[in-house]
Design a protein. Structure first.
Length: 277
């Protein structure tokens, strides 16, 4: 009943036409073996001028990426679908969505069919119940395409004055699933290892190569201790209570990982980056 009311409310909100101006493939599809891979695209949309919004709908320029606010894409004959902005360039009047395209997906299928110059409808969504839980250490955990939300939040955390250390753990099947290498390199060079570290864990790599920032297998308590607690304790003056975490993936993955963090002494919500007011 609640979901039905929310869906009805979202359908009644202001929505405006937005035009697709660029479409870039980041990961190509791979078929025919056990490592079936889905394509990932970055879609760039022009922000229209003079749009009117009501309720919790808000202008695209006001979407708070650092607070995990989203864009609602209006999917024909379906409910509005939430997507995190992967970039917002308000001065250029445009924003990006980075999306994995699923076979027969109603939402991603609609976006995948859009060609440059096509128009769809959307609106920014204001989150009135969320607040940032301050802390000097941020740990981001991204499963697959979840990096499209984690990395922009990590960038925002690095830009905040109270952020001493930011560590991101990106879980994928193989290196072939990775993208945004230039963005990651830029953050590493700008902030240095002292403030930002990127760690990868691959569950289905065929060859395991010994590298400082690469792990193999699946996320468990030992992995979380190695990636986050070790780095937290290496930072002078930081304590366990300074750590805040954000996990992005499927709902079961998120619940599981938040539980694992609790098992090693970082229970949610006290150690969550975002909490309800």
């Amino acid at each position: 009943m609640i979901k039905s009311l929310v869906s009805q409310a979202e359908r009644s909100m202001s929505r405006v036409p937005i035009q697709l101006t660029r479409k870039e493939m980041l990961v190509s599809a791979l078929e025919g073996d056990s490592l079936y891979r889905l394509p990932v695209y970055t879609l760039t949309f022009e922000i229209p001028s003079g749009s009117q919004f009501t309720g919790r709908a808000q202008p695209f320029e006001d979407v708070r990426i650092d607070m995990g606010e989203v864009v609602k894409m209006v999917i024909p004959n379906y409910k509005p679908k939430s997507y995190s902005m992967s970039a917002l360039r308000a001065s250029d009047k445009e924003f990006d969505l980075t999306v994995k395209m699923y076979p027969n997906g109603r939402a991603s299928g609609h976006l995948d069919r859009l060609q440059i110059g096509d128009t769809t409808h959307a609106f920014g969504m204001r989150n009135l119940t969320r607040m940032r839980n301050p802390g000097s250490f941020f740990g981001g955990i991204a499963y697959g395409v979840g990096i499209t939300e984690i990395l922009p939040v990590a960038r925002a955390e690095l830009e905040k004055g109270d952020s001493t250390k930011v560590v991101v753990l990106w879980a994928g099947r193989t290196r072939m699933d990775l993208f945004w290498k230039d963005q990651i390199k830029e953050l590493e060079e700008r902030y240095g290892k002292e403030r930002f570290e990127m760690v990868y864990i691959f569950s289905r790599e065929k060859e395991e190569v010994e590298e400082e920032r690469v792990l193999y297998g699946r996320i468990n308590t030992d992995v979380l201790r190695e990636v986050f607690e070790t780095r937290l304790l290496e930072c002078e003056g930081l304590k366990q209570e300074d750590a805040r975490f954000l996990v992005i993936g499927t709902k079961p993955m998120m619940r599981m990982t938040e539980g694992l963090l609790g098992d090693i002494g970082y229970p949610f919500p006290p150690h969550a980056l975002f909490v309800s007011k």
